[in-house]
Design a protein around this ligand. Structure first.
Ligand code: SF4
Length: 465
């Protein structure tokens, strides 16, 4: 995909700037906003951009959604219950609006990109004023202006795969930032709706990413999280086909203390990337490598393009090159037709890899995907029993794997006060494991060195050094 053709043009950006100014001047415009976010980090970052644009329109972020003049639901459609939860909350807001009739309600995000969904929502939820898809985020000023000047519901869902550079961002954290390096996905894993709603893979120009990282470094950011549905295929279609490893190497030279990334597809995890990680100064020794299943037949039905053996080979390479690396994964249980023996293959893979953490899910059919048409749905009680066994196994193993940190030196980026004690703070160590150490409010946003002394409920405890 030619990046020049998919970049939002300067003229379009200027047009949206003019709408931003027009809204600022409107006497009856909303004064405050609240963004409700569902789903992954990509969505969280989109919400930061929405907030950034609304700030520019002169609005203030409200403390509670009931108080806001403009409420935006940024939805996720990866699992059915996320969708149900979002719609439930939208409905609840209908009641709130009875006492606040001028409140404007928008629904955006992945759910709106599903074919026909925007129309369905607007029809069934007449109180929703505006619905727009992920590809239309940059048009928020124009869409909101139209909403404020019309009594009809507005909808904007375009299929076009675009990249909008330079959108303002209101970061949730000052010490850490998301940095999107690519959008969309070409993999079409048979259970996944993402390629249908987020479009084809398109990478940002390396120079734009490096420039953004330099600006973040200047602003004092201590950690960046590189985002993409499949960061390992970064660069395909860009002039010269730069690789993710090459990008990471250049980012490492900027000097931001901590660099993380997500998500990686095992089939695209190259030796070059492992080399760059092991020789990098700031790339954290952690890897989220979704396996989904430990059985080859299921992996094939999932269209994952790797075998159990190939996956385990990648894990071995990572561990050889980066001893002690923190590994995490995603696992789906009860994919259509999964037998007990096939599920046991997943259990045995988990025993073999010994992850530091695992995100486990019961398969949820998504309309429009290949897997949704497959036969062999697993009964709920079987799925529940399987996932409980898997969670119990992971917890047992995790208690053991995390013990390797006890006695070692770690470094945490403090995120918050500890929930259990006012004289302790928590944050993530370099290996993506939560660590609690003695500290206070002033430490939030700082990188602290500590010695790990214990382990409690999958959280490490330590003493500052
Ligand atoms: S790699 Fe597979 S699971 Fe990940 S976003 Fe793409 S299709 Fe979905």
């Amino acid at each position: 995909m030619n990046t020049k053709e998919i970049l939002v043009t300067t003229e379009e950006q200027e047009r949206q700037e003019r709408y931003t100014e027009l809204i600022r001047e409107l006497p009856h415009r909303p004064q405050s906003y609240y963004v409700v976010t569902y789903g992954c980090q990509m969505n969280a970052h989109d919400s930061e951009k929405i907030a950034g644009m609304l700030d520019r329109m002169g609005m203030k972020s409200a403390a509670e959604r009931e108080e806001a003049d403009f409420v935006i639901f940024n939805t996720c459609c990866v699992r059915e219950n996320a969708e149900r939860r979002a719609l439930g909350n939208v409905t609840w807001l209908k009641e709130v609006r009875k006492t606040k009739p001028d409140m404007i309600i928008a629904v955006c995000g992945c759910m709106i990109q599903e074919p026909g969904m925007a129309e369905t929502i607007l029809k069934q939820y007449r109180f929703v004023d505006l619905a727009f898809g992920t590809a239309n985020l940059h048009k928020l000023p124009e869409m909101l202006f139209e909403t404020l000047n019309s009594s009809t519901q507005q909808v904007c869902v375009e299929d076009k795969d675009v990249i909008a550079e330079g959108l303002p961002v209101r970061r949730l954290r000052q010490d850490a930032a998301y940095l999107t390096i690519m959008y969309g996905c070409n993999n079409f894993c048979s259970f996944c709706i993402v390629p249908y709603v987020r479009g084809r893979e398109r990478s940002r120009e390396m120079s734009s990413i490096l420039h953004e990282a330099e600006e973040l470094a200047k602003s004092g950011v201590k950690e960046i999280m590189l985002l993409g549905q499949n960061v390992n295929s970064y660069g395909k279609g860009l002039p010269g086909d730069p690789t993710f490893a090459a990008l990471l190497k250049q980012l490492d030279e900027i000097g931001i203390p901590r660099i993380r990334f997500m998500t990686s597809h095992p089939k695209d995890l190259s030796d070059e990337l492992i080399d760059v990680m092991s020789s990098g100064k700031h790339i954290l020794p952690q890897f989220h490598l979704p396996v989904q299943s430990g059985n080859n037949e299921i992996l094939e039905k999932m269209n994952r393009h790797y075998t159990r053996e190939q996956y385990l080979d990648r894990v071995r390479k990572l561990r050889e090159a980066i001893p002690g690396i923190g590994l995490s994964t995603d696992i789906i249980v009860s994919f259509p037709g999964e037998t007990e023996a096939q599920f046991e293959d997943t259990m045995s893979l988990v025993r073999e890899v010994r992850y530091d953490s695992a995100f486990t899910f019961i398969y949820s059919p998504r309309k429009g995907t290949k897997a949704a048409k497959m036969e062999g749905l697993i009964p709920d009680e079987v799925s529940r029993e399987r996932i409980q066994r898997l969670i119990a196994l992971q917890e047992e193993l995790q208690q053991d794997t995390l013990k390797r940190f006890i006695g070692s030196e770690e470094e945490i980026l403090v995120e918050s006060l500890s929930k259990r004690s006012k004289s302790a703070v928590s944050g993530k160590g370099r290996h993506a494991v939560s660590i609690t150490v003695n500290g206070s409010n002033e430490d939030i946003g700082q990188i602290l060195k500590c010695r790990v002394t214990g382990l409690k409920n999958n959280t490490l405890t330590g003493e500052r050094i």
